[in-house]
Design a protein around this ligand. Sequence first.
Ligand SMILES: *Cc1c(COP(=O)(O)O)cnc(C)c1O
Length: 422
Amino acid sequence: MNWIERDKQSIWHPFTPLLGVDDPLYIKSAEGVYLITEDGRKILDAVSSWWVNLHGHAHPAIAKAVAEQAASLEHVIFAGFTHKPAITLAENLLSILPDNQDKIFYSDNGSTAVEVALKMAFQYWFNKGDVRKKVIAIDGAYHGDTFGAMSVGERGDFTKPFNEHLFEVEFIDFPTPENESKVFEHFKNIIETEEVASFIFEPIVQGASGMRMYNEQFLDKLISYAQDHNILCIADEVMTGFGRIGKLFACDYISSNPDIFCLSKGLTGGAMALGVTSCTKEVIEAFTSQDLHKTFLHGHSFTANPIACAAAVASFELLTSPTCRVNLSRIEQKHKVFHAKIKGHPRIKDIRYKGTILALEFFTDKDSSYFSEMRNQLYPFFLKKNILLRPLGNLIYLIPPYIITDKELDKIYDAIEEFLAL
Ligand SMILES: *Cc1c(COP(=O)(O)O)cnc(C)c1O
């Protein structure tokens, strides 16, 4: 049996129907922006392997850090014990997060980083003797696939089988220039109930709902208002963090500082699973007690895994290097030029970019959702050209590793233009 047959006999893949789909591609290795198949085919990974890769695949500095860490301390329980990679990484992260961030809580993926944030916020109020059960979230949000994360996310086809098990959340409309004042009124009304524990949002760009971008000043206004009313603001930067939209964090574009940050995806440069939830001193103070009832009784087996932390420390060095800064603005500049070139094309409904992300929505006469049939045209079209673009319905987006060259970007833009010319 070959690898694909063996895969099909034993594996259930994520977000993938069990019938009627093409076989998975067997990837033997990866290097830089390329995924390499057994027969030597090189596929340009324009989606950074689900938005996680920053500096290219199998980066030697990250590989070395992982190998060295694995050979000296691969894992240790993180309750009652600590280690250098976790401490170094926490210090590094606090040095680039907004000044109000005081401590780092580790977990092992984006969904758990969000679960931790929500639980922290609920228990913050609980510990203060004020039970608050409402969370405010934004329509179309995606915060992960576990139950808490699903609860604060868009209720749609993805959550339908589970909706009755999700907790109550107040959703405000996705902000647009037309509805901002209405959304703000709604937001104020919800907060007036004095039952709100936290406000969670993907700052500036909503990823899974189609790289939807909204006004940063308006987000700033929502956060300031919420904080004036002591509501904890949770920035889910799982996707936007670590330079993805140009600055190190999306919240670097605004003047207010959220109370809690959720980080994952690019945290380790895309090499290892790791999640982080950071919070302010004020949150910490609500938990500062010898009383076990006020303790945050949450943890995962692989909390602060040393190998994952070592990968993150290595990635941090690359991220904060001048080379990386140059790459971030170079990619945005390239997107800008391509945007100017093809916006207004009759087949394009909308094209937008921010930092390293470029999203392009096509007109379709049919369903424009994730279930749009257009996906079945787009995905194979680009894959045949050895470009991995994973559409969301009638939308494609680029979210490349930061080391992608101008020439490689041009190859993707050219392929998009070819598709438009069909
Ligand atoms: C991907 C994502 C998550 C979930 O992260 P996982 O590691 O896939 O669990 C949460 N929030 C945002 C904004 C994301 O893009």
